[in-house]
Write a protein that binds this ligand. Structure first.
Ligand code: ADP
Length: 596
């Protein structure tokens, strides 16, 4: 797409965005643009009339024209202030609206798209477009362009008696100025693109230092110095780029200042020559000097704006492309609602399932076949990196398989309405999150409304998760805040307690399928034993997939899914697998000696 075409399509897109958000904001901004466009040429014209009245010594008319000048400028000022006052809140809401739309897009985006390697960079730039207000700036520039075009047209009309070559010389001088502006902008854009990955790296290290979840590593491995040195390396690289940008900008600023002086000399020489040799009146002289100055400014501004549009075009384009990305999985309303499905014996069936992550050629899972019954407790075991979490992501339909089929109650997952499906699955991920909100809100999440019924459900869930004793011992009970960011009296729970809290969240959700991804990884063998007993009792009647790299949990399973070499090596009871699969036995015995 050519640059002009792109600018135009971006302009149409942004006008549509503001139009759909608020018509009054659109019209208000348009009215401001028109007022800004006419005010300078109008003042130049009234000045000419004023000088005419002064030169014929007509006192009363002079006073009347001064009155008109006052009235015009007062009306303009009051009108602009009024519009700005009226649009103030809407403008702010519009900025938030863009941020909200972006965040909603991210939060609902398929993993397949969001974690695609190219998309990570694209998301960073799209976010920058919004965070730095580039999309809003694009719109503001468009409205400013409307002002400049109105100014230019009015001045050409007022000075229609001037020869074309005067405008041509002014245009020529402005073009050189603009050339230097383009050079600056290009340099600026190239550097900001080069800096995007460095900035991402810098903020990653910064977050690492401040993020509580790294607090243990920082202290125990003394890695803060190491992280800081990585951070400093990034900053040094960024400063080198900034240095080259600043020196380029300095040179071009000097050139532009020299050109402005040449322009002023030309302007005054030309208009004075008109008075000397072409009988120009003093009134026309006054109007011409003022109007030509505005003409020159408008040319510079309009071209500067076009360059700004060009520069921001790349960002708006990326933002548009990001917002345009279509989900293939999370498409609301498509497919059968799982509540409509008739009962079947097998809740899940995997037929020759294979998977590779987007942007990667390596098959992480291959040839998976499995039939899982309703209400059973399955333990998925296997060494780290064998693909257990990936299998769970497929079961949650965060990704679709690259080959083969996953069926839920006899239906291909891809034919089911994704939301009704996901709502029916409760998951405790390995990297589960807790929120700096009350314990009650951490359990009920979006369903928390403070009602008695919800509070009872929360207490039941906490009880079943084995956490009520701890919570009841806190002075504010379930209303205690987690973390200390918003409340000095907030509590910090231990790893095991947080896992129970995550379980309570799943119990509150009351989904029929529960997936627990290494919920006991932070616990010792005894605590793990206690936790799995709690889980086993609390989750009776639900279909449970419990992932662990420790085989000690396998004895609790109705069946064990033993994963090896990207596939399912065995699917049976713990005892049968011990007898039938040598690698399972070896793995079990190598671990068992630690907790026997
Ligand atoms: P496990 O849960 O058994 O430890 P995972 O399912 O987490 O194993 O990982 C299986 C393989 O997939 C590993 O080789 C891992 O590096 C790779 N992997 C995991 N997540 C991603 C991802 N988002 N993109 C690319 N590869 C991934």
């Amino acid at each position: 797409m050519s640059k002009i075409k792109l600018m135009f399509s971006n302009a149409v897109y942004m006008f549509k965005v503001i139009w759909n958000f608020s018509k009054s904001l659109f019209f208000g901004k348009m009215l401001l643009a028109i007022l800004n466009g006419v005010i300078a040429p109008l003042n130049a014209y009234i000045l000419k009339i004023l000088v005419e009245k002064i030169t014929v010594f007509d006192w009363n008319s002079t006073l009347a024209v001064i009155g008109i000048i006052a009235a015009v400028n007062l009306t303009n000022g009051v009108l602009q202030a009024y519009i700005n006052r009226k649009l103030g809140i809407t403008g702010d809401l519009f900025r938030n609206h863009l941020m909200f739309e972006f965040n909603s897009k991210v939060v609902n985006m398929d993993y397949e798209i969001l974690f695609e390697p190219d998309m990570i960079h694209m998301k960073e730039l799209a976010f920058k477009t919004i965070r730095e207000g580039r999309a809003i700036k694009y719109l503001d520039i468009l409205f400013s362009c409307i002002s400049y075009v109105i100014s230019l047209a009015s001045i050409i009309y007022l000075l229609s008696s001037f020869s074309w070559w005067v405008y041509l010389i002014m245009l020529g001088l402005s073009s050189i100025k603009i050339y230097t502006v383009i050079a600056d902008k290009k340099h600026n854009y190239n550097i900001s693109v080069d800096m995007a990955p460095i900035n991402a790296e810098t903020s990653y290290y910064m977050n690492m230092l401040a993020d509580e979840s790294y607090a243990n590593d920082m202290r125990m491995f003394s890695i803060s110095r190491w992280v800081i040195s990585k951070y400093e390396k990034c900053i040094t690289k960024a400063h080198k780029m900034l240095e080259s940008l600043l020196s380029g900008i300095f040179k071009n600023t000097v050139v532009r200042n020299v050109l402005s002086v040449i322009e002023t000399v030309f302007l005054y020489t030309f208009v004075a020559s008109q008075m000397f040799f072409n009988n120009m009146t003093f009134a026309d002289f006054t109007m011409a000097t003022s109007a030509l100055r505005t003409f020159s400014d408008s040319i510079t501004n309009i071209t500067g704006s076009l360059i700004d549009l060009g520069e921001n075009s790349a960002y708006v384009k990326i933002y548009r492309e990001f917002m345009k990305k279509k989900n293939t999985i999370a498409v609301p309303g498509r497919g059968r609602n799982i509540k409509e499905l008739p009962d079947t014996r097998y809740i899940f069936e995997l037929a020759d399932v294979g998977f590779k992550y987007p942007g990667s050629e390596k098959m992480v899972l291959e040839g998976l076949n499995l039939q899982a019954e309703k209400g059973k407790f399955y333990v998925i075991v296997g060494k780290n990196g064998v693909g257990k979490t990936t299998l769970v992501r497929l079961l949650c339909r965060l990704y679709d398989p690259s080959s083969g089929i996953i069926r839920y109650m006899n239906n291909d997952l891809r034919d089911l309405e994704y939301k009704s499906y996901r709502d029916n699955i409760g998951v405790v991920f390995q990297d589960y999150k807790y929120y700096c909100l009350s314990i009650a809100e951490n359990v009920a999440m979006n369903e928390y409304d403070g009602s008695e019924e919800v509070i009872k459900k929360i207490s039941d869930a906490l009880n079943a998760a084995g956490l009520s004793e701890k919570i009841n011992s806190l002075p504010k009970g379930i209303n205690t805040q987690l973390g200390k960011i918003f409340d000095k009296e907030g509590v910090l729970l231990s790893g095991g307690e947080l896992q129970k809290l995550a379980l309570a969240r799943v119990l509150f959700k009351n989904s029929s399928v529960v997936i627990l991804d290494e919920p006991s990884s932070a616990l010792d063998a005894l605590a793990e034993d206690e936790l799995i007993r709690t889980f086993n009792t609390a989750l009776k009647g639900k279909t449970v997939f419990y992932i662990s790299h420790r085989l000690s949990v396998a004895k609790y399973a109705d069946k064990v899914i033993f994963m090896e070499d990207s596939g399912i090596k065995g699917f049976d009871t713990h005892e049968t697998l011990l007898e039938s699969i040598k690698s399972y036995r070896i793995l079990y015995e190598s671990q068992a000696k630690h907790y026997k």
